[in-house]
Design a protein around this ligand. Sequence first.
Ligand code: TXA
Ligand code: MG
Length: 354
Amino acid sequence: LALDLKLRSDLKSDQAVIEAAELLKEGEIVALPTETVYGLAADALNPEAVKKIFKAKGRPQDNPLIVHIADQSQLEQLTAGKISTKARKLMQRFWPGPLTIIFPKKEEVPETTSAGLETIAVRMPAHPLMLAVIESSGLTLAAPSANTSGFPSPTRAEHVYNDLKGKIPLILDGGFCHFGVESTVIDLSGDQVRVLRPGGISREEISRFLEEEVILAAELKNDKVLSPGMKYRHYAPEKKLYTFNFADRISVLNQALKRAENTRIAIITARESEIDTGKLPDKNIKILRVFDHKAPEELAQKLFDLLRKMDADQSIEEIYIEELDRAGIGEAVMNRIYKAAAADQYSQPGGGDN
Ligand code: TXA
Ligand code: MG
């Protein structure tokens, strides 16, 4: 991670950090960068403040929020009962970082924050600005992604601005987010560790560390305790999005060729793909070679920005995106892509959020 956590103490006296902390203490909402995506933050223990998040995003009331802390001692304000050894181990290893853990909720945490659930999702983000604001305010911060509900998550301050201008008083600009996909949400309450939403920390990494199998909740049928956010359409560009895999690229692109006579399309592909541009009517096809199959984190980082750029580009009507292997962060990337693609095209299970 290219972020220097030692910056925290200096940042705490930064004017922008103080302004953000003041607003939050007054019950306002503020957009802040994290290492995954930008978050829209409010005092997690103030229901009136948290309501403003739901309103600004247009978020369904039944979708609970993740609470962000800067120090493990803040857990006491949020969780009930004893923290398990496994949870402690995971926090020790992966915090600060993109791992969200579900805990039994303390009664004092408002229902608005947990969307009526008995549990609360908590993580310690690894972004110096976010950490500095948490420390400076002394609060725990509820923060979903700072996008309009259903839209691609924001990975640059400009994305937040485009979605929420006029609806929030402040955005702190921390540049491009490092991971580009949200945190991994895990549930430790059952016999097996379950990933409710794949994210920045891969299932393999958690599994290797705990030396046990970690399952993807969406793989189970009749699994009732999934992240409530999973049922909504998410991350979606306004334009139609299709996926194709490397083996099918010739037939997919032939189809695209036919369609390109009257539809303008963009193809997002791996750099090593051999797509014969000579055969394509370049007037209607735009090819973007943006990632390397061996480096899925490249696509993770750029994905939401790409989807937003495609939407803003008047010369594009449809988007085709090449699938990647679901190993490592590829699991989170493909989860977001399937979610963003038209639901009737893919009966793909998968976690999500909004
Ligand atoms: O990386 C992230 O997690 C970003 C940054 C801002 O921290 N936040 C984020 O929040 O992605 P949001 O609200 O967009 O997604 C939260 C996800 C949703 O799928 C929600 O349903 C799930 O976490 N979730 C929250 N609390 C839960 C709970 N108590 N039980 C199960 N799922 C929960
Ligand atoms: Mg979200």
